[in-house]
Design a protein around this ligand. Sequence first.
Ligand code: ATR
Length: 268
Amino acid sequence: MTDKYAVIGHPISHSKSPRIHRMFKEQTGEDISYEAIEAPLDGFIATIERLHSEGYKGCNVTVPFKFEAFKFATELSERAQSAQAVNTLRFDASGIFGDNTDGAGLVADIEHNLGISLRNKRVLLMGAGGAAYGVVLPLLHAGAHIAVANRTAGKARQLAVAFAGSGNVTGCGYDELGEQQFDAIINATSAGLSDSKIELPETIFAPGALAYDMMYGRETPFMAFARAHGARVADGLGMLVEQAAEAFFIWRGVRPDTSPVLEKLRAA
Ligand code: ATR
């Protein structure tokens, strides 16, 4: 019998996840189905309970339900706990396992697809909201030294305190960055959605630095700024595919080859 999976969000029609998981299915021969389901804003739990009772094996969870999924899970991975957010649920006989594959996806994209080791690298993480929390622990585990900068500086400092026991992480406002240089600058803010520019010092990129925007599908002001200052620029499409592959692995115990999938999405 085909095992059923889905991605739940609101809105969800734009999601590339069904396409990605269908490609994983074709590649691995795993007998699964995967669909996109839009839950009403006040109907996430009801939707999950319906899927559970209909025999679905798990689901991905996206905006704005990742915190509700975190609360709904009966067992959590360490990275879901640290993110305070869940993007992958697996329905087990013993309960509902919640994980967060976003950070692992980001690290895999940077290290494997872009070929850049994060060990002992100076990383500037822009933003201190849900997207930033989701990636800090995997970045620290990869050996990065993280400075978090945020428009509301207090939230960056709070994030740094929350992760102080897990590695090298500090928090500040953008105006406190001074002359510091970074090997990788990762945009985890939602500023790009409104085409807002975040003021960064012109000298922020170390030679050969990577500028990574977790968004995909548009050139953000951050990407344009980075390009103009000689940085190597990447968008978040690779992270999307890698976080999906990690979810597929959690469900199926099989790791898909992400490179042909990423190539097809880029070509589309
Ligand atoms: P997400 O889950 O996408 O992280 P969020 O939790 O609302 O969403 O966080 C949005 C992040 O983008 C925050 O770090 C926010 O900065 P503030 O904490 O100061 O609000 C940041 N952000 C959004 N719009 C921004 C802008 N125009 N300039 C700078 N930072 C912005």
